[in-house]
Design a protein around this ligand. Sequence first.
Ligand code: ATP
Length: 213
Amino acid sequence: MLTIGLTGGIGAGKSTVADLLVDHGAVLVDADLIAREVVAPGGPAYQPLIDRFGFGIVEAGGRLDRARIAELVFGHPEALADLNAITHPAIGVEMIGRKDRYAGTDEIVVLDIPLLKEVHREMLDLAAVVVVDTPTDLALHRLVEFRHMPEADARARIESQPDRRARLAGADLIVDNSGDEAHLRGEVERVWEALVELRGQGDARAGVPHPEG
Ligand code: ATP
């Protein structure tokens, strides 16, 4: 198994790249999806979030109102830190569990992590970090044009994230998503080949006989 982290700013094209990697044969573990599961009724973050933010975040029917939680923490660093302290460990545990199902196989497992940090490398045993890089103005344009996000919201969300340069500094491989979809497919093909080679190097290392053995 080769485990890689896939990250990029909001609207950079992570989901699109993840889908293309799956087309090449990768297995995808999606942090966004898991983030929804851990806050669902019965999930490990459900009750702790109600204890912290009150019953005002519970919708009729019992599900949590994620938009309401987002409103409560936006512009309130302490509340955001509490939200993260409740949800991130639960998401991390679940991601490790999902990827470990492929231990011992030769799958390339892609962990799609929007806010990937340096600590994740060790925590999730990442062989490489792939960053999807898109000029900020273009990501903004795509969010407004294709995802119908109000421009002010898209801008505020982009500005609340680490900047492009900081993200690129943590990259082992970069997918340039500044062109059209055909260009992106070519970029993903190139990165996929690099990952296959990396997996081969891991196999070769594992196959080297121990000097005494
Ligand atoms: P989020 O951070 O919100 O999860 P994301 O990084 O996963 O976003 P995507 O949803 O993959 O980004 O892409 C944002 C939008 O831009 C989508 O509508 C997608 O179809 C479009 N898009 C991505 N790459 C390209 C491209 N090269 N050309 C045109 N449209 C693109």
